[in-house]
Structure formats: C-alpha cells, structure tokens
Design a protein around this ligand. Sequence first.
Ligand code: NAP
Length: 278
Amino acid sequence: MTVILDGKKLRDKIFEDLKVKVANMSVKPSLAVILAGDDPSSKIYVNNKKKCAEKLGINSIIINYPSTVTENELLEKIQELNNDKNINAILVQLPLPVHIDKFKIIDAITPEKDVDGLTTYNSGKLFSGEKPYVYPCTPKGILLLLDEYGIEIEGKHAVVIGRSNLVGKPVAQMLLNKNATVTQCHSKTKNLSDITKTADILISAVGKKVVGENMLKSNCVVIDVGIFRDENGNLSGDVDFETVSKTASYITPVPGGVGPMTIASLMLNTVKLTEACR
Ligand code: NAP
C-alpha cells in the first residue's frame, strides 16, 4: 500500500516543539527577509514565512525593494543586517530582478546568518562533507521527511531531476553524504525514463510535469518538489500523482508534501543560528 508522506503533519509537530523551545530562549530569534521586485508568488511565500515565524514567537521583518533596486542598495542593506546584533538570520527571496547578480548578493550574507545555507562558505562545507552552519531549507526538509517515515538512504539509488543551487544540487549532495548512490539529471539528460526506472528514491525538482506513468519501478519512494500552475491554472507538481501513486511505496502530495517542510526547516534554521550566536 502506498504511504503518503505528510509534510503538513510533520511541520505541525516541528512547530509544536519549536514554540516551546523559542518560549524558553533568552534571546528571541529574529529573521530578516529581503524581497526585491513584485513577483506575486514570492510575495505570498514571504508573507507565509512571516506568519509562521510570528506564530512561533520568532521576530520577522520583511524588507521590500522595488524591481528597480540596485545591487549596491541590496549589498548595503545586507551589510547593515550582518552587523545588526538583533538579527540572527537573513534570507534573500529568489528570484531577484534580472539585472542583479544573485551570487554576489547571496555571498554578501555572513555565513553565520545565512539561513538558507546558500553562501559559498556554507555550500562549500556541504560539498566537502563538513557541517555548514545550516543546510539549505528544501533539501533539509526532504531529508527530515524521509527520516520521519524511516526510509533508508544508505546504499539506495537516488535519482535527482534538477540541478539548481537551491534544491537539486544540495539535495543530491546530502543524499550522497548519507551514502546513497546518486544520479543527477537535468534538461539535457537523454533517455530520462531509462534512468528513473532504476531509482529506489526519486526526487524531482523541475517545475514541469516530467514524471509520468511507467517511468518508475514498483515501490519507488517519490519526492515531488515542483510546484507550479498548470495550463488550467491549477497547482501542480512534477509528478503525475494519479498514476505514479499506484506503484510508489511512499509519495509526497502537492501541495502538502515538500512545501510545508521547507518552511519548517527555515524556522529550525533560524532558531539554530540564534542558538549558535549566543
Ligand atoms: P530551477 O532553478 O528552474 O531548476 C529547474 C531544473 O530542472 C534545472 O536544473 C533544469 O535543468 C531542470 N529541467 C528543466 N526541464 C527539464 C526536463 N524536461 N527534464 C529534466 N530536467 C529538467 O528550479 P528550482 O528552483 O530548483 O525549483 C524547481 C521546482 O521546485 C519549481 O517548481 C519550484 O517552484 C519548486 N520549489 C518548491 C519548493 C518547495 O518548498 N515546495 C522549494 C523550492 C523550489 P538545466 O539545469 O539543464 O536547465
């Protein structure tokens, strides 16, 4: 029987524990989120993050900039936040306006406050098998979900579709660090389904419907990171849930799978960075 990997349920459990933990902390954690531009999805994500933080007793500020913001304005703000003792965690919401060099902006965040673990320092630690200050939120959420359901990683063949710095690359590396055998696929991969058919664990982080019927062997663990509006305006994941859930051993729904775990990880990371800087 297929088991649904319930991200909302685990998020709620994590939030219950965090609420108690934060209430007992002498320093109230503070998260600063920089939002540049007017991407409607980004606005929703950022407001959700703020609401969740406040529910847990975490301070949260959103710093808004118009899409005409300059790189220097963003760099100056990040420097100010880096030096602000009342701020423990900094997140730059992606995507940034096209004229901004996102690598330069992310790397301006001091690694000790880099709540998404995306700076060169923290990703370098991850890729060299050392401990970063924190792990990137979405990959961390996926690993917490696998762990919660007792899904073994060691020795398994994990196929990751997508190679972004935000999700694909770090999740592949985290699985490798846990002794999975990892194959990374992307838009130039040939014969994708020949590869996905050999997966024990499949992680899809694309943003298009790329995983359908007959692409997986029976009992595969399926993690669907993708979330987008389909041609009818409905929320969709990368995986054809209807057909794939018939043969998968475990599968995440969209919504309700990886999304809530990303927020849970963001809150866990904020608290972790606050504890580390005491
Ligand atoms: P991204 O930066 O656009 O990366 C997409 C990746 O998919 C790229 O590596 C691309 O390959 C690959 N790709 C595109 N078309 C493909 C195809 N036909 N077959 C195989 N691979 C293909 O996206 P992202 O930031 O990683 O996000 C991916 C999805 O996850 C999006 O839907 C996003 O909204 C969602 N997401 C969800 C959460 C959550 O919390 N639920 C968090 C983050 C992201 P190339 O490198 O060759 O271009």
